[in-house]
Write a protein that binds this ligand. Structure first.
Ligand code: FCX
Length: 438
């Protein structure tokens, strides 16, 4: 059985040759215009970044190396006794562009389990933090501190050739990915169940199976399966989203993967990005409190207008690129469709009822370019149903997941020898001068 590193080694030369070709033959080809709206509008739609693992189509949603979520559900190996995509098979696909065999998937699970223990100094650091510190802040701090034993940073200090960067980057990425569940679970334990023992890593279990065990939910097969699906489909959403882009930017300075990914986590912790999944639950619970037990489409509409008229955004709706309902939202809804007890849950019913009316309300409001739900509209309510009720923790699960794509790109950026990012900025005066002269 091939290791993930060997599988990657096989595909690198062709990609390096492709980049060389692009540089030599098409460097000056035009991909689009840079308009003032890009400079003042968050660069929305500007094609300015190389990202290999996934591409987001505004209408069809995400494709991982060309595969839709439904394709992945069909071809990627699940956990023994499970049905959902697991993190290992998704990581293999993202990193190598190939669908791993079952044997390759299992050997990657074992490799990650072997690397999964937290170093003592990380345990001490996390245990010393106040439980009132937001779990995302704790996660970012823990990840940053792991740069203490970065193989890449040590090798760079020793002096290595550019062609060797990717091997050390991969080593760090594997360790980071492997340790994220233990780190995230320790934060959960410290904040919500102080003193409770944490399960040890089972070397015959997949990454998310172990994560669920360490969170204390291992005996709940349905929740574990949901976490597997959640983590696989949140793994990558092309490169321009704030967390992925941050990790790519920081990595381009040759900061090691721990520092690069911790920076990404702090971008994910913003309410317009990953924190939206905590905000959705908070917003929905307030709606439920205000409406009471008689929840109708009419009073959900009223609550939506109240949110919009008070100048706030409706969390879980809208997107920078998508222009139709997010297929990740649909995949999570389909998970619920197979479980009658989930369909009876009032929080899950509220998500569905909100989806019945919110797009029309947002269209009438007239600002949002995409009046449809994104993944965050649905992701938290199933966790809530299964007893993972602490919604301040939800973005941490997103943070465990997004490593799959962000770390993949860090390895590729180093394998392709991509340069430090340094776009040109302009002042408003300069823009006005440029506009007048054209
Ligand atoms: N509710 C109310 N207003 C919204 C809105 C929403 N859900 N989504 C967008 N708008 C508003 C914007 O605030 C903006 O108003 P402005 O002109 O007064 O500044 C206007 O509509 C145009 O924005 P638009 O171009 O459609 O959206 P952007 O690309 O600027 O922003 C996000 C995209 C996702 C940030 C935006 O839709 C939003 O704030 N949504 C709510 C938060 C959320 O769910 N975030 C998670 C997104 C994602 F899935 C993730 O990263 O996890």
């Amino acid at each position: 059985t091939k290791s993930i590193r060997e599988a990657l080694e096989e595909v690198i030369p062709a990609k390096q040759a492709q980049l060389k070709r692009l540089k030599a033959e098409h460097s000056q080809a035009v991909l689009g215009d840079v308009k003032v709206e890009h400079v003042i509008g968050g660069m929305r739609g500007l094609k300015s970044m190389l990202w290999e693992a996934s591409v987001l189509d505004p209408n069809e949603g995400i494709r991982f190396h060309g595969l839709t979520i439904a394709d992945c559900q069909e071809v990627l190996t699940p956990a023994p006794g499970g049905k959902e995509i697991i993190a290992e098979s998704m990581f293999w696909l993202l990193l190598t562009g190939k669908v791993p065999t079952e044997a390759e998937t299992r050997s990657l699970s074992q490799e990650l389990a072997r690397r999964g223990e937290l170093p003592d100094y990380i345990v001490k650091l996390i245990d010393s933090l106040p439980p009132t510190l937001h779990p995302m802040t704790q996660l970012g701090m823990g990840v940053a501190a792991m740069n203490h034993d970065s193989t890449f940073a040590a090798a760079y200090e020793r002096g290595i050739k550019k062609s060797e960067y990717w091997t050390h980057t991969l080593e760090d990425c594997m360790n980071l990915l492997a340790r994220l569940p233990a780190l995230a679970a320790r934060i959960y334990r410290n904040v919500y169940n102080p003193g409770k023992p944490i399960s040890v890593i089972d070397h015959n279990l997949d990454l998310v199976g172990n994560y669920s065990n360490m969170l204390g939910f291992g005996s709940n097969h349905d929740l574990t399966e949901y976490l597997r699906l959640y983590i696989a489909i949140h793994g990558d959403h092309e490169g321009g989203n704030a967390s992925a882009h941050t990790s790519h930017l920081v990595g381009s300075t040759l900061s090691d993967p721990y520092l690069s990914y911790s920076a990404a986590l702090f971008a994910l912790a913003g309410p317009l990005h990953g924190l939206a999944n905590q905000e959705v639950l908070r917003w929905q619970q307030n709606m439920q409190k205000e409406i009471g037990s008689e929840i109708t489409h009419e009073n959900i509409k009223e609550y939506l207008w109240k949110t919009l008229n008070s100048g706030q955004v409706v969390p879980g709706y809208g997107h920078g690129v998508l222009r139709s309902p997010d297929p990740r939202f649909i995949a999570l809804q389909k998970f619920c469709d197979t479980k009658p007890e989930l369909l009876k849950d009032p929080t899950i019913q509220l998500v569905r009822k909100t989806y019945d009316v919110a797009p029309d309300v947002l269209k009438e409001h007239g600002k949002t370019k995409n009046p449809y739900p994104n993944v965050d509209a649905a992701s938290g309510c199933v966790l809530y149903h299964y007893g993972l009720t602490q919604f301040k923790y939800y973005t941490v699960i997103f943070g465990v997941s997004r490593a799959l794509g962000a770390l993949t790109q860090l390895v590729w950026a180093r394998a392709l020898g991509l340069p430090i990012e340094r776009p040109k900025s302009l002042s408003m005066d300069t823009i006005e001068k440029l506009v007048k002269s054209t």
